[in-house]
Write a protein that binds this ligand. Structure first.
Ligand code: FAD
Length: 502
């Protein structure tokens, strides 16, 4: 149907499901819904000329299959020295859901050979100094006692550590107390490649349409509960309206402004704080071949949790490289290819107070960001030398990572708190959902999208056909891998085998 509207042609199309954004989140949801009900008409709208070119792109994130194996920020230490492991357990179980779905898709030829998007890279945590060694010992004791982490190894012996990570141990001060843990079946994930391959598969369905170079500009709920979504094409400026039954705002940093435009009451009180990132990258094959793991350290005091420094083996588009970082930066853009006005445009009457109070109450973070922004290349390489004492300036170049928008949320007192996780915000009628935040991010995309399906497709997921399909895609669906050690054994044997991580 075409309606003439001033100078522009407005075409109205209908969709059962509208996915806003072509990153790993929307694409994962699209893949799962296509399996659950192939008759659903799904439209994906992406403002860029490619899918997976924002945070999901291989070079824009660290590609760590976040499973809580190496990330010390998922196991905080209490004042009495004890270590909390609940968050690591839930992130590990969530990552297992991703591994299950990817295995299912590989076995059903919906994804290519796993080496195209996931590769085995051991996950290590590395610390130095008495206090941190004590912390790591305690962390290991607690984690390795749980079946999810029983493959974890621990050592304080420099000779063992030199075998695990030669580049990190070479020319290190021998008097320094050191310790590390290792999980051999850790992974490096090229989320860009994963997503592009999933979109390729979606495009084989006649019920799927991809609209590139199209930005969602307006979104309004109609009286019948459906959504009228305005989309503008970048080159022709043609505006179309999509009439959708369900809308998922998987727009990464762009999700918050769209959530605000939707007008749903649940949007109130949310704000965003953008943190950009940079990496030091090394492609010198002589150095690259000396390091074969992801080595995570401890974050500096005041640093946000996602700024934990790490030295990583990466395999992006089949090419191995080393990456060190991230170094934080500040910009007012919500997307790498966004506008400098993004942050200011997101300030509304309902989030002004939380945003102001976060600004005033996070001096540690502010100081940390200022320090990072003004860091020189020499200082960055100096930080790298904590992990690679022999590092030379000329082998490392600076590259821009993706953009994260941390969630600012109104707390009980009406003030704001800064959150470092991801959060699903859905309308009460389940017709719209938005994913905010960025960590642990892409690794837990499957669990996040299971949550979307359970909250927004309540009637359908209650039906036996959807239940059966969910269990086919994610064999542990509806059960707890944290509680059930036997189930974990079966599931992990299958996924590590299928994905070549064993
Ligand atoms: C520095 C850094 C390191 C990270 N490291 C890891 C890691 O090691 N492991 C991990 O699991 N995760 C990591 N993450 C997080 C991970 O990258 C993100 O959680 C994930 O990629 C988010 O996917 P997404 O689909 O929500 O967003 P994106 O990939 O950003 O996709 C959103 C898409 O929406 C489009 N869009 C935006 N607005 C509109 C609009 N109005 N209309 C149409 N399209 C729109 C954008 O162009 C974009 O393509 C990291 C992130 C960063 C920045």
């Amino acid at each position: 149907m075409f309606i003439l509207c001033r100078a522009k042609v407005m075409a109205v199309k209908t969709a059962d499901v509208l996915l806003v954004g072509g990153g790993v989140m929307s694409t994962t949801l699209g893949m799962m819904l296509k399996q659950l009900d192939p008759s659903l008409k799904i439209v994906m709208v992406e403002r860029l000329d490619h899918v997976a070119h924002e945070s999901t792109d291989g070079w824009n994130n660290a590609g760590t299959g976040h499973a809580g194996y190496c990330e010390l920020n998922y196991t905080p230490q209490n004042a009495d020295g004890s270590v909390e492991i609940d968050r690591a357990l839930s992130i590990n179980a969530a990552f297992e859901s991703s591994l299950q779905l990817w295995s299912y898709l590989v076995k059903n030829d919906a994804l290519p050979a796993p080496t195209n998007f996931i590769n085995p890279v051991p996950h290590l945590s590395f610390v130095w100094g008495e206090d941190d060694v004590k912390f790591l010992r305690e962390r290991y004791k607690k984690l390795s006692a749980h079946h999810l982490f029983d493959a974890m190894e621990y050592s304080e012996d420099p000779a063992v550590l030199a075998d695990w990570m030669p580049l990190v141990m070479a020319e290190r001060d021998a008097s320094q107390p050191v310790a590390a843990t290792r999980v051999k079946h850790g992974s490096d994930v090229d989320f860009g490649s994963l997503t592009r391959n999933m979109v390729e598969d979606l495009q084989k369905s006649e019920n799927f349409e991809l609209m590139l170079n199209n930005s969602v500009t307006k979104i309004k709920q109609q009286e019948d509960g459906r959504w009228s979504v305005r989309v503008k094409e970048k080159h022709t400026k043609i505006v179309k309206t999509i009439d959708a039954g369900f809308v998922f705002l998987g727009a990464g940093g762009g999700a918050l402004p769209l959530l605000q435009k939707s007008g749903i009451p649940e949007r109130k009180g949310y704000g965003g704080f953008p943190v950009s990132g940079q990496w030091l990258v090394c492609k010198n094959p002589e150095i690259v071949k000396k390091h074969g793991s992801k080595v995570y350290g401890k974050a500096a005091i005041g640093a946000p949790p996602m700024s934990v420094p790490h030295l990583d083996t990466r395999i992006i588009n089949g090419e191995p490289a080393l990456l060190f970082g991230p170094f934080a930066g500040f910009t007012t853009k919500f997307l790498k290819k966004g506008s400098k006005l993004d942050l200011f445009g997101s300030v509304k009457g309902n989030n002004l107070k939380p945003m102001m109070s976060v600004g005033a109450n996070n001096m540690d973070l502010t100081k940390y960001l200022i320090g990072e922004v003004f860091q020189s290349q020499k200082e960055r390489v100096e930080a790298l030398r904590n992990f690679h004492p022999q590092a030379k300036d000329e082998n490392w170049t600076l590259a821009k990572a993706g953009q994260r928008v941390q969630i600012i949320k109104k707390d009980e007192s009406g003030k704001g708190k800064l959150e470092f996780g991801t959060e699903l915000v859905a309308s009460a009628d389940g017709s719209l959902a938005a994913l905010l935040g960025a960590s642990p991010g892409a690794s837990t995309a499957v669990q996040a999208m299971v949550d979307v399906i359970e909250r927004c497709f309540k009637d359908k997921i209650a039906q036996p056909e959807w239940q059966a399909k969910m269990q086919e895609m994610i064999p542990a669906y509806g059960k707890s891998l944290i509680e059930d050690g036997e189930l974990l054994k079966t599931v992990r044997k299958e996924t590590l085998g299928t994905l070549g991580l064993g």
